[in-house]
Design a binder for this molecule. Structure first.
Ligand SMILES: NC(=O)c1ccc[n+]([C@@H]2O[C@H](COP(=O)([O-])OP(=O)(O)OC[C@H]3O[C@@H](n4cnc5c(N)ncnc54)[C@H](O)[C@@H]3O)[C@@H](O)[C@H]2O)c1
Length: 440
């Protein structure tokens, strides 16, 4: 099949490359000329395990190409997938300007049947807006009878495991109100359905809501667990024992009940906010969503609060090592990362932060700019050297079993704030460290 991805970011690039991998001819279009030039030169703009080889292989086989030309993209694809960003607007609702700009572009160029797919995470009702925008353009061109379908196909991939998630999806949600488009989408996804049918066809609005409900549920689990951790700490319980105690109940399960320093990334924070906002537009006060967001905002400040409390409220002139900058391991994405809040809190209190991350250094340099109070180290032990304490915020594998003797030798004070509970408090304390975890 010929497919066009419009928007070649995390979702667009992974989707395009994986669809090309199974035999489709894919054109990835993006308005960012520098990004497209870089992709054409063989560079991958994001860190995503396994992506580079899929892109290289499919480009070499002439099944994946990159372009800035939307007219060429619309002419190329039988299926046109919109995968542009939907960042939060000022009021927290999803900003649809990129999605609707693409719809406008599509309307300017289509002249026969296309299936137009919203892959971006978009509020309920967006497919109608996309349809209206395209129809308006077609009418202005005197082509109001041109047939097209708008389908919702939300993406559930996880950064850090995106290629694997796309190739082996748990489910493929297709929101479609017409059979012709549903058949095209079933055919497109058939290669991902070999051992069981993962396609769920539902009405468009339900598909749009499914994506938000999934992210809101996951965010809720995290905030709930963080709330329990904060309670455990005050009640003298260990949240890690509690986690095992509840996870063993199959109705609860072990997934996504890790206490920590709050969730970040490009999805949960903005999606929970956007759903909250959507609820308010239909007169519903989504109290759980509001609480999930509030708990998360506070949780991001917990590690820095522990550090400040350890130094009796005064960290002016002190230097802290921070391990992990990306919002989670295996990605360089720092959007809404807890590390940014910790850096902000500590530097505002007059401290310097020396941070290390296995892959997000460039992204951090780009986001944080040139400042005296944040230093980006090239390796974990350089970050720790002469620091007053170590704060771990992203649980990269390489942090799991550090040389504690070396750590102790390098730190000015043997203090560890473990923002993801990856260390054994008993062992670390036995080694002579002051250990702070989350909820233990
Ligand atoms: N990142 C994730 O893990 C993830 C997972 C599932 C769903 N989503 C959703 O997918 C959507 C895209 O997210 P992302 O992380 O890939 O975003 P991104 O910011 O990485 O990429 C978006 C791309 O769209 C391009 N773009 C913007 N306007 C354009 C236009 N008019 N024409 C052509 N290109 C245009 C941008 O230049 C950018 O390269 C969002 O709605 C997001 O919520 C993201």
């Amino acid at each position: 099949m010929r497919v066009t991805l419009i928007g070649t970011g995390y979702v667009g690039l992974v989707t395009g490359a994986c669809l090309a991998e199974v035999g489709n001819h894919v054109m990835c279009v993006d308005k960012d000329a520098a990004k497209v030039a870089s992709l054409k030169a063989g560079n991958i703009p994001i860190f995503e395990p396994g992506l580079e080889s899929v892109v290289a292989g499919t480009v070499k086989s002439n099944r994946l190409e990159f372009s800035t030309d939307i007219a060429a993209g619309v002419a190329h694809g039988e299926v046109l997938m919109i995968a542009v960003g939907t960042p939060p607007g000022e009021d927290g609702s999803a900003d649809l300007s990129h999605v609707l700009a693409v719809a406008d572009d599509i309307g300017k160029h289509i002249d026969d049947y296309r299936v137009i797919v919203t892959k971006s995470t978009v509020p309920v009702g967006t497919a109608d807006k996309v349809r209206d925008q395209i129809t308006e353009q077609l009418r202005s061109r005197g082509l109001g009878d041109t047939p097209f379908s708008v389908v919702s196909n939300p993406e559930f991939l996880k950064e850090g495991a995106a290629v694997d998630d796309f190739m082996k999806p748990d489910r493929i949600v297709i929101g479609s109100d017409d059979d012709r488009a549903s058949d095209v989408m079933r055919e497109l996804y058939a290669p991902f359905n070999r051992n069981r049918d993962r396609v769920m066809v539902m009405d468009v609005r339900s598909a749009e809501l499914t994506k938000y409900a999934a992210n809101a549920m996951l965010a809720t689990k995290i905030s709930f667990m963080n709330e329990m951790a904060n309670l455990a700490e005050r009640l003298g319980a260990d949240i890690e024992s509690v986690r095992l105690g509840i996870g063993s109940d199959p109705r609860i399960g072990y997934h996504f009940i890790y206490p920590g320093s709050g969730y970040g990334g490009s999805c949960f924070p903005k999606d929970v906010q956007a759903l909250h906002k959507t609820a308010s537009t239909v007169g519903y006060d989504a109290r759980i969503l509001e609480a999930v967001e509030d708990v998360n905002k506070d949780q991001k400040t917990v590690p820095s609060q522990k550090v400040v409390a350890h130094f009796d409220g005064d960290v002016k002139g002190r230097r802290f090592a921070l391990w992990g900058l990306s919002f989670k391991p295996n990605t360089d994405d720092m959007r809404d990362a807890p590390s940014l809040v910790i850096i902000d809190e500590l530097t505002r209190a007059g401290a310097t932060v020396v941070a290390y991350d296995p892959v997000a250094k460039d992204e951090a340099a780009h986001l944080l700019g040139d400042r005296n109070d944040v230093i980006l180290a090239d390796d974990p032990m350089t970050a720790v050297d002469n620091a007053d304490a170590l704060i771990l915020v992203t649980e990269w594998k390489e942090f799991r079993s550090p040389d504690f003797d070396e750590l102790k030798r390098l730190l000015k004070h043997p203090v560890i704030v473990d923002g993801r509970n990856i260390y054994d408090p008993v062992r670390v304390r036995d080694l002579g460290f002051t250990y702070y975890g989350i909820g233990r």
